[in-house]
Ligand binder design. Structure first.
Ligand code: ACO
Length: 340
Protein backbone atom coordinates (compact mmCIF):
# COMPACT_ATOMS: atom_id res chain seq x y z
CA UNK A 1 0.00 0.00 0.00
CA UNK A 2 1.27 3.46 -0.81
CA UNK A 3 1.77 5.39 2.40
CA UNK A 4 -0.60 8.27 2.97
CA UNK A 5 0.68 10.23 5.96
CA UNK A 6 -1.92 11.95 8.10
CA UNK A 7 -1.33 15.60 8.87
CA UNK A 8 0.80 15.92 11.99
CA UNK A 9 -0.32 18.77 14.26
CA UNK A 10 3.27 19.24 15.46
CA UNK A 11 4.73 19.59 11.97
CA UNK A 12 7.28 22.33 11.41
CA UNK A 13 7.23 24.34 8.22
CA UNK A 14 10.49 22.89 6.98
CA UNK A 15 10.53 19.34 8.27
CA UNK A 16 13.85 17.54 8.24
CA UNK A 17 13.62 13.76 7.98
CA UNK A 18 15.54 12.13 10.80
CA UNK A 19 17.40 8.92 10.02
CA UNK A 20 19.14 6.37 12.18
CA UNK A 21 22.58 6.27 10.59
CA UNK A 22 24.21 3.81 12.99
CA UNK A 23 23.26 1.34 15.71
CA UNK A 24 25.25 -0.48 18.36
CA UNK A 25 24.77 -2.73 21.35
CA UNK A 26 26.59 -4.49 24.13
CA UNK A 27 25.74 -7.22 26.61
CA UNK A 28 28.02 -8.42 29.43
CA UNK A 29 29.83 -11.74 29.14
CA UNK A 30 28.40 -13.48 32.18
CA UNK A 31 25.37 -15.67 31.41
CA UNK A 32 22.85 -16.58 34.12
CA UNK A 33 20.62 -19.46 33.00
CA UNK A 34 17.24 -20.55 34.32
CA UNK A 35 19.01 -23.59 35.74
CA UNK A 36 21.34 -21.29 37.69
CA UNK A 37 18.33 -19.39 39.07
CA UNK A 38 16.61 -22.61 40.10
CA UNK A 39 19.53 -23.15 42.49
CA UNK A 40 19.02 -19.67 43.98
CA UNK A 41 15.22 -19.48 44.44
CA UNK A 42 12.27 -21.88 44.28
CA UNK A 43 11.75 -21.82 40.51
CA UNK A 44 12.38 -23.97 37.43
CA UNK A 45 13.42 -23.63 33.80
CA UNK A 46 9.97 -24.94 32.87
CA UNK A 47 8.12 -22.23 34.88
CA UNK A 48 10.27 -19.37 33.61
CA UNK A 49 10.18 -20.54 29.98
CA UNK A 50 6.43 -21.11 29.81
CA UNK A 51 5.47 -17.95 31.75
CA UNK A 52 7.97 -15.55 30.18
CA UNK A 53 9.91 -17.05 27.25
CA UNK A 54 13.23 -16.23 28.95
CA UNK A 55 15.98 -18.90 28.92
CA UNK A 56 18.98 -16.89 30.08
CA UNK A 57 20.12 -13.34 30.79
CA UNK A 58 23.43 -11.42 31.07
CA UNK A 59 24.82 -10.03 34.31
CA UNK A 60 27.31 -7.17 34.42
CA UNK A 61 30.41 -7.48 36.58
CA UNK A 62 30.37 -5.74 39.95
CA UNK A 63 32.65 -2.99 38.64
CA UNK A 64 30.93 -2.72 35.25
CA UNK A 65 28.49 0.18 35.44
CA UNK A 66 25.61 1.37 33.27
CA UNK A 67 27.91 3.98 31.67
CA UNK A 68 30.49 1.30 30.77
CA UNK A 69 27.89 -0.72 28.88
CA UNK A 70 26.49 2.46 27.32
CA UNK A 71 29.95 3.46 26.08
CA UNK A 72 30.51 0.12 24.34
CA UNK A 73 27.12 0.32 22.61
CA UNK A 74 27.71 3.97 21.68
CA UNK A 75 31.15 3.30 20.18
CA UNK A 76 29.65 0.51 18.01
CA UNK A 77 26.99 2.91 16.76
CA UNK A 78 29.55 5.69 16.15
CA UNK A 79 31.72 3.29 14.15
CA UNK A 80 28.80 2.15 12.00
CA UNK A 81 27.68 5.75 11.44
CA UNK A 82 31.25 6.68 10.42
CA UNK A 83 31.23 9.87 12.47
CA UNK A 84 33.59 11.41 15.00
CA UNK A 85 32.34 11.66 18.62
CA UNK A 86 33.07 15.40 18.32
CA UNK A 87 30.21 15.72 15.81
CA UNK A 88 27.64 14.68 18.45
CA UNK A 89 25.54 17.64 19.61
CA UNK A 90 23.42 15.87 22.20
CA UNK A 91 23.62 12.65 24.23
CA UNK A 92 20.33 11.30 25.58
CA UNK A 93 20.71 8.32 27.89
CA UNK A 94 17.60 6.45 28.99
CA UNK A 95 18.06 4.45 32.18
CA UNK A 96 16.46 3.46 35.47
CA UNK A 97 19.84 2.49 36.90
CA UNK A 98 22.15 5.48 36.48
CA UNK A 99 25.73 5.24 37.74
CA UNK A 100 24.76 7.86 40.34
CA UNK A 101 21.62 9.90 41.05
CA UNK A 102 23.65 12.79 39.70
CA UNK A 103 25.52 13.79 37.65
CA UNK A 104 23.73 12.34 34.64
CA UNK A 105 25.14 9.05 33.38
CA UNK A 106 25.18 10.69 29.92
CA UNK A 107 27.98 12.94 31.26
CA UNK A 108 30.10 9.91 32.17
CA UNK A 109 29.52 8.58 28.66
CA UNK A 110 30.48 11.94 27.14
CA UNK A 111 33.80 11.90 28.96
CA UNK A 112 34.58 8.29 28.06
CA UNK A 113 33.84 8.67 24.32
CA UNK A 114 35.27 12.18 23.94
CA UNK A 115 32.03 13.78 22.71
CA UNK A 116 33.25 17.14 23.92
CA UNK A 117 30.71 19.22 21.99
CA UNK A 118 27.61 17.43 23.29
CA UNK A 119 25.00 18.52 25.80
CA UNK A 120 24.09 15.54 28.00
CA UNK A 121 21.02 14.42 29.87
CA UNK A 122 19.40 11.28 31.23
CA UNK A 123 15.81 10.26 30.52
CA UNK A 124 13.75 8.59 33.25
CA UNK A 125 11.01 6.66 31.49
CA UNK A 126 11.95 3.13 32.63
CA UNK A 127 11.68 0.53 29.86
CA UNK A 128 10.10 3.04 27.45
CA UNK A 129 13.08 5.43 27.66
CA UNK A 130 14.85 4.60 24.40
CA UNK A 131 11.85 5.61 22.27
CA UNK A 132 11.30 8.69 24.46
CA UNK A 133 14.91 9.46 23.46
CA UNK A 134 14.18 8.95 19.75
CA UNK A 135 11.23 11.35 20.04
CA UNK A 136 13.27 14.04 21.82
CA UNK A 137 16.15 13.65 19.35
CA UNK A 138 13.75 13.91 16.44
CA UNK A 139 12.29 17.16 17.77
CA UNK A 140 15.75 18.72 18.15
CA UNK A 141 16.84 17.64 14.67
CA UNK A 142 13.67 18.53 12.76
CA UNK A 143 13.70 21.97 14.40
CA UNK A 144 17.29 22.49 13.19
CA UNK A 145 18.49 22.91 16.82
CA UNK A 146 20.94 20.01 16.53
CA UNK A 147 22.31 17.94 13.67
CA UNK A 148 23.59 14.78 15.35
CA UNK A 149 22.15 13.08 18.41
CA UNK A 150 23.30 9.93 20.23
CA UNK A 151 20.43 8.07 21.91
CA UNK A 152 21.30 5.29 24.34
CA UNK A 153 19.19 2.84 26.33
CA UNK A 154 21.27 1.23 29.09
CA UNK A 155 20.41 -0.55 32.30
CA UNK A 156 22.02 -2.66 34.98
CA UNK A 157 18.79 -3.99 36.45
CA UNK A 158 20.67 -6.73 38.26
CA UNK A 159 21.98 -3.98 40.56
CA UNK A 160 18.41 -3.33 41.83
CA UNK A 161 17.13 -6.91 41.72
CA UNK A 162 15.96 -8.67 44.86
CA UNK A 163 17.67 -12.03 44.39
CA UNK A 164 15.41 -13.66 46.98
CA UNK A 165 12.15 -12.72 45.20
CA UNK A 166 11.30 -15.33 42.58
CA UNK A 167 8.48 -13.13 41.26
CA UNK A 168 10.96 -10.61 39.86
CA UNK A 169 14.54 -11.94 39.89
CA UNK A 170 13.93 -14.32 36.98
CA UNK A 171 12.88 -11.52 34.65
CA UNK A 172 15.77 -9.09 34.33
CA UNK A 173 19.20 -8.75 32.72
CA UNK A 174 21.81 -6.12 31.85
CA UNK A 175 22.85 -4.46 28.59
CA UNK A 176 22.94 -1.36 26.41
CA UNK A 177 21.92 -0.29 22.93
CA UNK A 178 22.54 2.93 21.01
CA UNK A 179 21.62 4.81 17.87
CA UNK A 180 23.02 7.83 16.04
CA UNK A 181 20.34 10.09 14.60
CA UNK A 182 20.88 12.68 11.90
CA UNK A 183 19.20 14.35 8.96
CA UNK A 184 20.98 12.85 5.97
CA UNK A 185 18.97 14.32 3.15
CA UNK A 186 17.21 11.03 2.44
CA UNK A 187 13.45 10.48 2.53
CA UNK A 188 14.00 7.32 4.64
CA UNK A 189 13.81 7.78 8.39
CA UNK A 190 11.55 8.14 11.39
CA UNK A 191 8.00 8.66 10.14
CA UNK A 192 6.35 9.16 13.49
CA UNK A 193 6.90 8.76 17.22
CA UNK A 194 4.30 8.66 19.95
CA UNK A 195 5.00 8.83 23.70
CA UNK A 196 2.68 8.73 26.71
CA UNK A 197 2.44 8.25 30.46
CA UNK A 198 -0.12 7.48 33.16
CA UNK A 199 0.93 8.47 36.69
CA UNK A 200 -2.05 6.58 38.15
CA UNK A 201 0.09 3.45 38.06
CA UNK A 202 3.27 4.62 39.81
CA UNK A 203 2.52 1.95 42.43
CA UNK A 204 2.65 -1.21 40.28
CA UNK A 205 6.26 -1.04 39.09
CA UNK A 206 8.74 0.99 41.08
CA UNK A 207 11.76 1.15 43.36
CA UNK A 208 10.71 2.90 46.59
CA UNK A 209 14.17 3.70 47.93
CA UNK A 210 17.10 5.75 46.73
CA UNK A 211 15.33 9.06 46.15
CA UNK A 212 14.36 11.98 48.40
CA UNK A 213 11.26 10.15 49.61
CA UNK A 214 13.10 7.18 51.00
CA UNK A 215 16.85 7.83 51.10
CA UNK A 216 19.32 4.98 51.12
CA UNK A 217 19.89 3.87 54.70
CA UNK A 218 20.88 0.50 56.06
CA UNK A 219 17.37 0.10 57.45
CA UNK A 220 15.70 0.81 54.09
CA UNK A 221 18.11 -1.46 52.25
CA UNK A 222 17.42 -4.28 54.76
CA UNK A 223 13.72 -3.90 53.96
CA UNK A 224 14.52 -4.37 50.24
CA UNK A 225 13.34 -0.86 49.43
CA UNK A 226 16.24 -0.35 47.02
CA UNK A 227 15.08 -3.15 44.71
CA UNK A 228 12.35 -3.47 42.06
CA UNK A 229 8.79 -3.87 43.37
CA UNK A 230 6.23 -5.13 40.89
CA UNK A 231 2.63 -6.31 40.80
CA UNK A 232 3.21 -8.66 37.88
CA UNK A 233 -0.38 -9.41 36.87
CA UNK A 234 -1.42 -5.73 36.83
CA UNK A 235 1.72 -4.73 34.90
CA UNK A 236 0.96 -7.48 32.39
CA UNK A 237 -2.60 -6.24 31.89
CA UNK A 238 -1.63 -2.57 31.56
CA UNK A 239 1.30 -3.43 29.28
CA UNK A 240 -0.94 -5.14 26.75
CA UNK A 241 -3.42 -2.23 26.73
CA UNK A 242 -0.73 0.47 26.53
CA UNK A 243 1.36 -1.23 23.85
CA UNK A 244 -1.63 -2.06 21.72
CA UNK A 245 -2.93 1.52 21.80
CA UNK A 246 0.55 2.95 21.18
CA UNK A 247 1.12 0.64 18.21
CA UNK A 248 -2.24 1.58 16.68
CA UNK A 249 -1.57 5.27 17.20
CA UNK A 250 1.83 5.11 15.47
CA UNK A 251 0.40 3.18 12.53
CA UNK A 252 -2.45 5.66 12.20
CA UNK A 253 -0.11 8.67 12.37
CA UNK A 254 2.13 7.04 9.76
CA UNK A 255 -0.81 6.24 7.49
CA UNK A 256 0.20 2.58 7.38
CA UNK A 257 -1.57 -0.71 8.05
CA UNK A 258 -0.13 -3.80 9.74
CA UNK A 259 0.36 -5.46 6.34
CA UNK A 260 2.90 -2.75 5.46
CA UNK A 261 5.10 -3.52 8.48
CA UNK A 262 8.08 -5.81 7.79
CA UNK A 263 9.23 -6.15 11.40
CA UNK A 264 7.86 -5.29 14.84
CA UNK A 265 10.39 -4.64 17.61
CA UNK A 266 8.45 -4.74 20.87
CA UNK A 267 9.71 -4.27 24.42
CA UNK A 268 11.34 -7.55 25.44
CA UNK A 269 9.56 -8.18 28.76
CA UNK A 270 7.50 -11.30 28.27
CA UNK A 271 6.86 -13.47 25.19
CA UNK A 272 3.21 -13.83 26.14
CA UNK A 273 2.80 -10.03 26.10
CA UNK A 274 4.41 -9.88 22.64
CA UNK A 275 2.17 -12.66 21.31
CA UNK A 276 -0.93 -10.99 22.75
CA UNK A 277 0.03 -7.74 20.97
CA UNK A 278 0.70 -9.56 17.67
CA UNK A 279 -2.61 -11.43 17.83
CA UNK A 280 -4.66 -8.37 18.74
CA UNK A 281 -2.99 -6.21 16.10
CA UNK A 282 -3.55 -8.97 13.54
CA UNK A 283 0.14 -9.18 12.67
CA UNK A 284 1.84 -12.53 12.19
CA UNK A 285 3.99 -13.63 15.11
CA UNK A 286 7.00 -14.26 12.87
CA UNK A 287 7.18 -10.51 12.20
CA UNK A 288 7.95 -9.94 15.90
CA UNK A 289 11.67 -9.60 16.65
CA UNK A 290 12.48 -11.59 19.79
CA UNK A 291 15.78 -11.83 21.68
CA UNK A 292 14.24 -11.99 25.15
CA UNK A 293 15.10 -15.70 25.39
CA UNK A 294 18.82 -14.73 25.46
CA UNK A 295 18.78 -11.49 27.45
CA UNK A 296 15.61 -11.30 29.58
CA UNK A 297 14.18 -7.84 30.18
CA UNK A 298 17.01 -5.31 29.95
CA UNK A 299 14.65 -2.34 30.46
CA UNK A 300 15.60 0.76 28.43
CA UNK A 301 18.24 -1.26 26.59
CA UNK A 302 15.86 -3.93 25.34
CA UNK A 303 14.51 -2.44 22.10
CA UNK A 304 17.81 -0.67 21.44
CA UNK A 305 19.70 -3.99 21.52
CA UNK A 306 16.96 -5.61 19.43
CA UNK A 307 17.13 -2.81 16.84
CA UNK A 308 20.89 -3.25 16.53
CA UNK A 309 20.61 -7.03 16.18
CA UNK A 310 17.83 -6.69 13.58
CA UNK A 311 19.94 -4.15 11.68
CA UNK A 312 23.23 -6.06 11.74
CA UNK A 313 21.65 -9.44 10.95
CA UNK A 314 19.82 -8.09 7.89
CA UNK A 315 16.44 -8.81 9.43
CA UNK A 316 15.52 -5.21 8.57
CA UNK A 317 16.49 -3.86 5.17
CA UNK A 318 16.53 -0.42 3.56
CA UNK A 319 12.99 0.58 2.65
CA UNK A 320 11.34 -1.71 5.25
CA UNK A 321 8.75 -0.17 7.54
CA UNK A 322 9.44 -1.14 11.15
CA UNK A 323 7.25 -0.62 14.18
CA UNK A 324 8.80 -0.33 17.65
CA UNK A 325 6.54 -0.32 20.70
CA UNK A 326 7.44 -0.26 24.40
CA UNK A 327 6.07 0.20 27.91
CA UNK A 328 7.62 0.67 31.32
CA UNK A 329 7.24 1.84 34.89
CA UNK A 330 5.41 5.13 35.31
CA UNK A 331 3.50 3.86 33.49
CA UNK A 332 5.12 4.98 30.29
CA UNK A 333 4.67 3.82 26.73
CA UNK A 334 5.99 4.79 23.34
CA UNK A 335 5.93 3.73 19.72
CA UNK A 336 7.59 4.68 16.46
CA UNK A 337 7.35 3.78 12.81
CA UNK A 338 10.58 4.01 10.85
CA UNK A 339 11.26 3.60 7.15
CA UNK A 340 14.63 1.89 7.36
N1 ACO B 1 8.95 -19.63 39.67
C1 ACO B 1 7.96 -20.40 40.10
N2 ACO B 1 6.79 -19.91 40.53
C2 ACO B 1 6.64 -18.59 40.50
C3 ACO B 1 7.65 -17.71 40.07
C4 ACO B 1 8.84 -18.29 39.65
N3 ACO B 1 9.88 -17.55 39.22
N4 ACO B 1 7.20 -16.45 40.16
C5 ACO B 1 5.95 -16.51 40.62
N5 ACO B 1 5.62 -17.81 40.83
C6 ACO B 1 4.36 -18.33 41.36
C7 ACO B 1 3.60 -17.31 42.14
O1 ACO B 1 4.08 -17.28 43.48
C8 ACO B 1 2.20 -17.84 42.06
O2 ACO B 1 2.05 -18.88 42.99
P1 ACO B 1 0.71 -19.02 43.85
O3 ACO B 1 -0.38 -19.24 42.82
O4 ACO B 1 0.98 -20.20 44.71
O5 ACO B 1 0.57 -17.72 44.57
C9 ACO B 1 2.17 -18.47 40.68
O6 ACO B 1 3.52 -18.66 40.27
C10 ACO B 1 1.47 -17.64 39.63
O7 ACO B 1 1.95 -16.33 39.72
P2 ACO B 1 1.37 -15.23 38.81
O8 ACO B 1 1.88 -13.90 39.24
O9 ACO B 1 -0.10 -15.41 38.66
O10 ACO B 1 2.04 -15.62 37.42
P3 ACO B 1 1.79 -14.96 36.02
O11 ACO B 1 1.26 -15.94 35.08
O12 ACO B 1 1.08 -13.63 36.13
O13 ACO B 1 3.28 -14.63 35.56
C11 ACO B 1 4.80 -12.79 35.46
C12 ACO B 1 4.07 -13.76 36.36
C13 ACO B 1 5.72 -13.56 34.54
C14 ACO B 1 5.62 -11.84 36.31
C15 ACO B 1 3.77 -11.99 34.62
O14 ACO B 1 2.75 -11.49 35.45
C16 ACO B 1 4.39 -10.86 33.87
O15 ACO B 1 5.15 -11.06 32.94
N6 ACO B 1 4.03 -9.63 34.21
C17 ACO B 1 4.59 -8.49 33.53
C18 ACO B 1 5.96 -8.27 34.06
C19 ACO B 1 6.65 -7.23 33.25
O16 ACO B 1 6.52 -7.17 32.05
N7 ACO B 1 7.38 -6.39 33.90
C20 ACO B 1 7.99 -5.36 33.14
C21 ACO B 1 8.94 -4.75 33.94
S1 ACO B 1 9.42 -3.46 32.93
C22 ACO B 1 10.33 -2.37 33.78
O17 ACO B 1 10.00 -1.21 33.71
C23 ACO B 1 11.50 -2.85 34.58
Amino acid sequence: MKRQPRSNPRSHKKLRTVSIIGTGSYVPEKVLTNEDLSRMVDTSDEWITTRTGIKERRVAAKDEYTSDMAVKAALNAIEQAKISPKEIDLILLATATPDMLFPATACFVQKKIGATNAACLDISAACAGFIFGLEIAQQFITSHTYDTVLVIGADKLTSITNWTDRNTCVLFGDGAGAAILRHRGSPHGIITTHIGSDGQYTNILFMPGGGSRCPITRENADMNLTTIHMTGKEVYKQAVIAMLNAAKKALEQAGLSVEDIACVIPHQANLRIMEAIADRLGISRDKMFVNLDRYGNTSAAAVAIALDEANRSGRIKPGDYILMVVFGGGLTWASTVIEW
